[in-house]
Design a protein around this ligand. Structure first.
Ligand code: AMP
Length: 113
């Protein structure tokens, strides 16, 4: 089932896009939890990490390559950052289109809440 992220991919609703190619889109989180907080998503609709297929491994790898390139552009590569995929209810997933959170620009806590 499509989510609000499909609308962002299709430019039906606005987002502050940081990177786009044929497979991947990255944009700033609308409700940032750190000074830098952006999401890296596949254009392919994949609901949760549980739905990943063997053939998705290149796209998942690409999400991380885009994440680390943007972390450098955003100036948090050296200070550090966190990448997170939330999965289903206990993982606090709210949008059912997989997305890699990238958070940085402040000291993050561990363990997460
Ligand atoms: P999660 O809870 O892991 O599913 O994360 C969903 C994230 O999407 C949250 O951090 C939201 O703030 C973010 N989000 C929801 N709608 C939008 C939107 N229209 N543009 C940017 N980020 C959004």
């Amino acid at each position: 089932m499509s989510t609000i992220f499909t609308k962002i991919i299709n430019k039906e609703i606005p987002a502050e896009i940081l990177f786009e190619n044929e497979n991947v889109l990255a944009f700033r989180d609308i409700n940032p939890q750190a000074p830098i907080h952006f999401l890296v998503i596949p254009k392919k609709e994949i609901s949760t990490l549980n739905d990943l297929e063997e053939t998705d491994k290149d796209i998942v790898g690409e999400l991380f390559i885009v994440a680390k390139n943007l972390a450098k552009e955003e100036g948090i590569a050296d200070s550090g950052y966190r990448t997170v995929f939330n999965c289903n209810e206990d993982g606090a997933q709210t949008v059912y289109h997989i997305h890699l959170h990238v958070l940085g620009g402040r000291q993050l806590n561990w363990p997460p809440g």
